[in-house]
Write a protein that binds this ligand. Structure first.
Ligand SMILES: Cc1cc2nc3c(=O)[nH]c(=O)nc-3n(C[C@H](O)[C@H](O)[C@H](O)COP(=O)(O)O)c2cc1C
Length: 357
């Protein structure tokens, strides 16, 4: 046979990008001895009839035992069972000494603390190169209610949900970014900070108290000691707040906008003036795709005048899920909305959005 156009290492690396769970497959031989091996080749095959498979290296020392028995149990490991996985991945005489377990239907050990157990009757064995594939009909399933362990790219992993799943959004709630979306944006921030001139960047979500900084990337000259993770900024005066006001559905932000004006203005005249400025900026943000806060007076939070721009990060459905903002002391960042910094930030936000599922 012609040799494949890749080496084994490359093949292993590519296959490793397919993330799996981790199982310990067990069986009990006719002489009563128990066997168990760590395996991530486990896969579901059919629901009706209920069939699963796993494959075993023919060179592993327990291969004769699995070959000769007519049953196996698949223990799907929980996320805190890395040690157990490593234990069953090494050849040793009696792997079950000191490992809490009970006997399953056919005597195959069922390990305590696993995420789930699948007990099978072996119905077929297929040759598979240096492995054999065992097909099993599922006889009994149990769920441990634990989170599963994952394995990919040669490492153990802890899986987390991409989003909140079937939990419905409440009325007036902003769509939350997925954990992955926050990670993608966070990873991109150092390079964007450098590209816009070493200014401070802030990644914000719409939290239960309004625009909330969840990550920040300090620039060469910090804005102030107050611009940091956890800061909740004004929805009407900050660029970040204005971005949310411009790009989230108004019913989500309206009460926060009203409350902001109520708290920050002593007279009706000053409030209506500020409302006009705010509404003008929000209108401009919608037109330009980027919000701004331009100031000559010191900010009440930072004690210095701060200029900032903020661009929406949108999910695959086009909904704003985060704001990416650049802020600097006003002497270092021109407030010109047509300037280079807002153009770079907007493009960077669009690039990130294109990667958010
Ligand atoms: C995460 C992980 C997944 C593994 N998956 C498999 C597998 O699917 N099939 C297999 O034959 N060996 C697999 N191994 C290696 C076996 O666990 C190992 O060869 C076996 O436990 C050796 O024990 P034995 O000498 O008792 O057979 C895996 C190892 C690890 C760490």
């Amino acid at each position: 046979m012609k040799p494949p156009p890749f080496d084994q290492r490359e093949l292993r690396d590519v296959l490793g990008t397919f993330v799996t769970g981790v199982t310990v497959v067990t069986t009990r031989a006719a002489d009563g001895k128990a066997y168990g091996v760590t395996a991530n080749s486990f896969s579901s095959v059919s629901l009706d009839p209920p069939l699963v498979l796993w494959s075993q290296s023919v060179s592993s020392s327990s291969h004769p035992a699995f070959r000769d028995t007519d049953h196996f149990a698949v223990n799907i490991l929980a996320d805190d069972q890395v040690q157990l996985s490593n234990h069953f991945a090494k050849s040793r005489d009696d792997k079950f000494v000191g490992i809490p377990h009970s006997d399953g239907l056919s005597g195959a050990p069922v390990l305590q603390g696993a995420a789930a157990h699948i007990e099978c009757v072996k119905v077929a064995t297929y040759p598979g190169g240096d492995h054999v594939v065992y097909l099993g009909r599922v006889e009994r399933i149990t769920r441990g209610g634990r989170r599963p362990l994952a394995f990919g790219q040669g490492r153990y992993m802890v899986p987390y949900a991409h989003d909140l799943g079937p939990m419905a959004l409440g009325v007036g709630q902003a769509p939350p970014p997925s954990t992955e979306a926050v990670r993608i944006a966070t990873d991109a921030m150092p390079a964007i900070s450098r590209a816009v001139g070493d200014h401070t960047l802030c990644l914000a979500v719409w939290g239960n108290h309004g625009p909330t900084c969840v990550r920040f990337e300090p620039g060469a000259q910090p804005v102030s000691a107050y611009l940091r993770t956890g800061l909740v900024v004004s929805v009407t005066r900050s660029a970040t707040g204005r971005a949310f006001a411009a790009f989230l559905p108004p019913e989500i932000t309206r009460s926060f906008v009203d409350e902001d004006f109520r708290l920050s203005h002593s007279s009706l005249e000053s409030e209506s003036l500020q409302r006009a400025v705010f509404e003008g900026e929000v209108e401009q943000a919608r037109g330009r795709g980027i919000a701004r806060s331009a100031n000559t007076e010191p900010s009440p939070i930072h004690g210095v005048a701060v200029n900032a721009f903020s661009a929406p990060l949108r999910d695959g459905e086009g909904r704003m899920v985060m704001a990416l903002s650049v802020a600097s002391q006003a002497t270092r960042l021109a407030p010109d909305i047509d300037g280079e910094v807002p153009a770079l930030l907007k493009r960077a936000a669009e690039d990130i959005s294109a990667r958010l599922g």
